[in-house]
Design a protein around this ligand. Structure first.
Ligand code: MG
Length: 270
């Protein structure tokens, strides 16, 4: 036993290539060009986290900083082919948040995205009006197509695949951690864009969603762009497209919105 220990220790020392920074006498990882503990494997870049939880880290693209909708345009929500009008976003900005102006239309980012991590905070109107889907409805459309539902889901009966955090019309959230009307809530979303080959979908989109820090979807497969009272089905689309927010006729508020472009599962380390 003691001899084996010495032998192993000796091998580890011989295998070291640069102090304790890695090994080259180790097995090659299956499907990868690297040894286990390979010193030549690319190191993740350093990202400075925000000073406060929920804040934007150093490599995030801040889409709303509390003051201006300059990074957004008015948009017309077409559930298969979202169209940005290039007109200024007409929603109301005040007190560090912006608010849906009912029936003014949707808004979309000027910048287009593929795979992202998204943080977004929202609040349903304090004054409760309407029921079910008419109460505090809005929506976060990844690539203008895939809706994570925004709804006042505090003691508000509606169909399960339409409540807050639902992948609308497809998957109810695992649980309902909704806060009361008027209280700020946070979504943290990881979106993997679908992959197409020659216009044909080869890999679906996936969504991971937290609401108020509670897991709602764990890399859930998305069936296709969001539709209402119909079955979703993929259609050819660009690799990147705008993030859209929905005007569903109620003055939902948003603040602190940032995204990070994330390396796709099919992209090499570098
Ligand atoms: Mg909606």
């Amino acid at each position: 036993m003691k001899i084996a220990f010495i032998a192993l220790t000796g091998m580890a020392l011989l295998g070291q290539t640069s102090g304790d920074l890695g090994y080259t006498d180790t097995p090659i990882l299956p499907g990868l060009p690297y040894h286990v503990h390979d010193p030549a494997r690319p190191h993740p870049k350093v990202v400075a986290p925000a000073a406060q939880p929920g804040g934007a880290p150093s490599d995030a693209i801040v889409l709303f900083d509390g003051a201006s909708l300059a990074q957004w345009t008015a948009a017309r929500l077409n559930l298969v082919n979202p169209v940005s009008t290039q007109q200024p976003a007409g929603w109301k900005v005040e007190n560090g948040y912006f608010e849906v102006v009912p029936r003014s239309g949707d808004i979309a980012t000027k910048e287009k995205f593929g795979d992202v991590q998204l943080h977004i905070e929202w609040a349903a109107p304090t004054e409760v009006r309407g029921t079910s889907q008419n109460r505090g409805n809005s929506g976060i459309f990844l690539q203008g197509r895939y809706e994570v539902q925004v709804l006042d889901s505090y003691q508000n009966p509606t169909y399960a695949d339409g409540q807050a955090g639902a992948i609308y019309g497809q998957w109810p959230p695992l649980v309902n951690p909704a806060r009361k009307p008027g209280e700020w809530q946070s979504f943290d979303i990881v979106f993997e864009a679908p992959r197409f080959d020659g216009g044909k979908p080869v890999t679906p989109a996936y969504l991971t969603v937290f609401l108020n820090g509670v897991l709602l979807h764990n890399r859930k497969e998305v069936a296709g762009p969001t539709v209402h009272r119909a079955l979703a089905k993929y259609a050819p689309q660009p690799a990147e497209d705008s993030l859209m927010l929905q005007d569903h006729g109620t003055p939902v508020r948003y603040r602190n919105i940032w995204v990070r472009r994330v390396r796709g599962y099919d992209q090499p380390e570098k």
